[in-house]
Ligand binder design. Structure first.
Ligand SMILES: Cc1cc2nc3c(=O)[nH]c(=O)nc-3n(C[C@H](O)[C@H](O)[C@H](O)COP(=O)(O)OP(=O)(O)OC[C@H]3O[C@@H](n4cnc5c(N)ncnc54)[C@H](O)[C@@H]3O)c2cc1C
Length: 386
């Protein structure tokens, strides 16, 4: 009679930003790890714009060819009057997101994790020291729920669930020549994007155009495209993909762990309620979750949730900002405010984390970049139509 296989030390539910980084770390730390993912492959039908803030880019070294560095933010008022924001030394990476996720999956497997696709988590029962998964021949000592905004792991174990969401719609264009690649183009407009923003983000191969709205509202991408068509000229480009998704906006869920089970990433509400950015935290806390789980399972370190609790963001300021954004101020206030220095300072603070332009105009900054950029890494020039 053959012995049943040794249970996994850790089964991670969800092969996306948080789950794959956690899998790689846990496998490198010597755990026997499996990831179960409902989709047929990592990167299949991604539901995110996938822009990385500098801090996320510093957390995980992603191949250069899958990203594009963008230094500036062009922030538009509803009248389309705009200001250009930047901070020397800071940048965003737009990404070929599907391939970033495929690359992360390969990294996790290279470290020794097993990834099981088309495997949907539908519950697990604890018997003795191990969880046995419903409908799958899998057992694990610990479960990490990295299964996104509407986590099935959270529901199965009676953990907290996200209740407040931003809703986003996005379309990808090939050949959108008029989108100046030096900027993320962000649009304040309480009619078109109440409670959040519209955006045009030039990526490494396509340009992503989207709109997201605050809780209880519906995004109208068609109206956003119509309003911004005079700037970007969508008819000259080819729409290649569409997507929609929900972004947790209520802060951390409670509780986010129970004996042998923990949540991470969107499942745990680890997303900035103000900006809707979650990838940086998914990377950071995916990695840290795996470390504290490995410490616990291998060295009898403290329960992982105890070890991690002090490191979680409270989001106090960002929740206040979310409440202000939810008010969706009338458009004339944005039109007036955008020209004023308090608004510039606030935007600079939000996008560049208190860094300022160092007394440079964007043109001076750009000239300095062009002079100082290493050969072979060309700084993107404005497109001809810009
Ligand atoms: C339109 C939109 C634009 C965004 N833009 C940005 C941005 O530019 N920058 C940024 O930082 N953040 C952005 N976000 C937020 C960001 O995408 C998320 O914070 C991030 O994807 C969270 O990663 P995650 O690994 O926690 O979960 P997810 O990326 O949601 O992945 C969860 C995974 O779990 C799988 N799964 C779910 N249920 C099950 C189940 N029962 N069994 C097995 N597998 C399951 C899913 O298939 C998925 O692969 C955006 C979000 C949206 C919706």
């Amino acid at each position: 009679m053959t012995e049943p296989a040794r249970p996994y030390d850790l089964v991670i539910v969800g092969a996306s930003f948080a789950g794959l980084v956690a899998a790689r770390t846990a496998a490198m730390r010597g755990l026997k790890v499996a990831v179960i993912e409902a989709k047929p492959e990592a990167g299949h039908r991604v539901a995110t714009t996938g822009i990385l803030v500098k801090e996320a880019a510093e957390e995980i070294d992603i191949p250069y060819t899958l990203t594009k560095r963008v230094h500036g933010v062009r922030l538009y008022a509803p009248s389309h009057k705009h200001i250009d924001l930047f901070a020397p030394g800071y940048f965003f990476l737009t990404t070929d997101t599907a391939n970033v996720l495929r690359w992360l999956a390969n990294e996790a497997m290279r470290a020794g994790a097993k990834i099981l696709y088309r495997a949907r988590f539908e519950g697990a029962d604890r018997e003795g020291g191990v969880f046995r998964f419903h409908g799958m021949n899998i057992a694990a000592r610990f479960i990490l729920g990295a299964d996104g905004a509407r986590s099935a792991v959270a529901r199965a174990f009676g953990l907290g669930v996200n209740t407040k969401f931003l809703t986003g719609l996005e379309i990808e264009y090939e050949g959108l020549a008029n989108a100046d690649p030096r900027f993320l183009h962000c649009f304040l407009d309480s009619k078109l994007a109440p409670g959040y923003l519209g955006w045009v983000a030039p990526g490494p191969s396509v340009t992503q155009v989207g709109v997201a709205v605050g809780p209880g509202r519906r995004p109208n991408l068609k109206a956003f495209l119509a309003a911004t068509d005079p700037i970007f000229g969508y008819s000259g480009a080819r729409a290649v993909e569409r997507r929609s998704g929900r972004i947790p906006a209520g802060g951390l869920v409670h509780p986010w762990s129970t004996d042998g089970v923990m949540l991470v990433g969107d499942a745990a509400g680890q997303v900035s309620p103000a900006t809707g950015g979650g990838i940086k935290l998914a990377f950071e806390l995916g990695r840290r979750s795996a470390q504290v789980i490995a410490d616990h399972l291998m060295d009898l370190g403290p329960p992982p949730a105890v070890a991690l609790a002090a490191e979680l963001p409270g989001f106090a300021t960002k929740k206040v900002m979310r409440a202000a954004l939810d008010l969706a101020l009338p458009n004339w206030t944005f039109d007036i405010a955008l020209g004023l220095s308090p608004m510039r300072r606030l935007a600079q603070h939000i996008y560049f984390h208190r860094r300022n332009a160092g007394g440079l105009s964007f043109a001076e900054f750009e000239a300095k970049l062009s002079r100082e950029t290493a050969p072979g890494l060309p700084y993107p020039k404005a497109s001809p139509g810009a």
